[in-house]
Design a protein around this ligand. Structure first.
Ligand SMILES: Cc1ncc(COP(=O)(O)O)c(C=O)c1O
Length: 395
């Protein structure tokens, strides 16, 4: 078939290979999924039920507008983050994913410069591929993007957009320092660039102090802030939001309606009802307790089971631990030839998380979805598999 080149790029992003499994016994550290047992199912069922049976049939109708009460609640959450936003500043989206896609459509013509972190969220790369940018990759350090490299790129290339995940980055779990957040805004002002701040994991801080958003330092309306209910409520709601200056938001809203007409009235009403009757912050505290415990379990298991030369971090929140092997190690090959077929464990190898596709020695491990037992068992199997692979296959 004669498909567009955009399609080809997006299809080969590697996004669809993430969920490789062998059989139902596979222990997967691959998905970026919440723990199934933590969804507030009964509360959400009540909210949906009350919306559906409440006698207002307009909830089934096109609405022509984004629900003001829900946007009000989100703007008050943004105020808690120190971002000065009113309900009007919030645009509801089909998950954070749609916000990323809309931002790229708004800012990027074919070939325009787009800065991403290396490694970054594979779904963002897939969304950005559709607008055929020229990618520039900035390495992630323990405290976020390498700002010197960013500055060098901005100085020498035409860049329209910087995409960053400052809080518990996907896939490395790192947090950008306050200094770097401020420096990034300064650079964006100097080089006339927009920043897309993807805060999908922001609420999931287990330890340490919450840092200000990049949006908080935005002096020239250059930051598009992106949030999501996927990790704190349920991905199935497909509900996210963005906060941006009025002229940016207006155009993003027009692009959104050309993509999907509008956000589902049923979803907006149900989430609004949930937020009215339940304390979401209390729910977030509960899921954080479980996730922190799982992260500690995984970190402990890694400490006990990884051969020397394998590095891993101990993130303060989010969904992921990042694993790094010696430079020559090929994680894709290890996964395909050994880890999955022999140990029946899977993870996300680093290659497709870099635009350059040239870094093969890393992997993302998800600790939120597997059970405690799977974490202990899976990391022990990963450790044995690596030890055997080092001593037999790689010798
Ligand atoms: C960093 C990041 N941004 C955005 C998304 C998409 O989230 P949503 O379900 O809100 O579309 C994800 C999902 O894993 C993510 O990890």
């Amino acid at each position: 078939m004669n498909f567009s080149s955009r399609t080809d790029l997006t299809i080969h992003s590697g996004l669809n290979d993430i969920f490789k499994t062998k059989d139902s016994q596979t222990i997967s550290f691959a998905g970026g999924l919440p723990d199934n047992s933590l969804f507030p199912s009964e509360e959400l069922a009540k909210s949906y039920n009350s919306v559906i049976t409440g006698g207002d049939s307009t909830v089934f109708q096109y609405t022509g507008k984004q629900m003001p009460e829900l946007r009000e609640k989100i703007s008050s959450k943004m105020n808690d983050y120190g971002v000065n936003a009113t309900a009007d500043d919030v645009l509801l989206t089909q998950g954070a994913q749609q916000a990323l896609s809309l931002a790229a459509q708004l800012l990027i013509d074919k070939g325009d410069g787009l800065v991403v972190e290396g490694p970054t969220y594979i779904g963002a790369l897939a969304a950005f591929d559709a607008v055929e940018p020229t990618f520039y990759e900035v390495p992630i350090e323990q405290d976020g993007m390498n700002i010197k490299v960013l500055e060098h790129i901005l100085k020498h290339h035409e860049v329209k957009m910087i995409y960053t995940i400052p809080d518990f980055q996907n896939p490395t779990g790192t947090v950008m320092s306050v200094e770097k957040r401020k420096a990034m805004v300064k650079l964006a002002n100097r080089y006339d660039v927009m920043i897309v701040e993807d805060a999908a994991y922001r609420d999931l801080r287990f330890t340490g102090t919450q840092l200000p958003t990049i949006k908080q330092f935005d002096t020239e309306d250059r930051v598009i802030y992106v949030g999501s209910f996927s990790k704190i409520l349920a991905p199935a709601m497909r509900l996210g939001w963005l906060v941006a200056a009025p002229e940016v938001r207006g155009d993003l809203e027009a692009l959104k309606s050309s993509a999907d007409v509008e956000t589902s009235s049923l979803t907006m009403n149900a989430v609004n009802d949930y937020l009215e009757h339940h304390d979401i912050n209390q729910h977030i505290e509960e899921i954080k307790t479980v996730y922190c415990h799982k992260k500690n379990l995984m970190y402990q298991a890694l400490t006990e089971n990884m051969p020397k030369d394998v590095k891993f971090n101990n993130p303060e929140g989010g969904f992921f631990i990042w694993l790094e092997l010696p430079e020559k190690f090929d994680m894709d090959q290890f996964l395909d030839d050994y880890l999955l077929p022999v140990a029946n464990v899977t993870l996300v190898p680093s290659k497709n998380l870099f635009t350059s596709k040239s870094i093969h020695n890393g992997a993302r491990l998800n600790f939120t979805q597997p059970t405690n037992e799977q974490i202990r068992d899976g990391i022990s199997r990963l450790g044995s598999a690596l030890t055997e692979y080092f001593s037999t296959v790689l010798v």
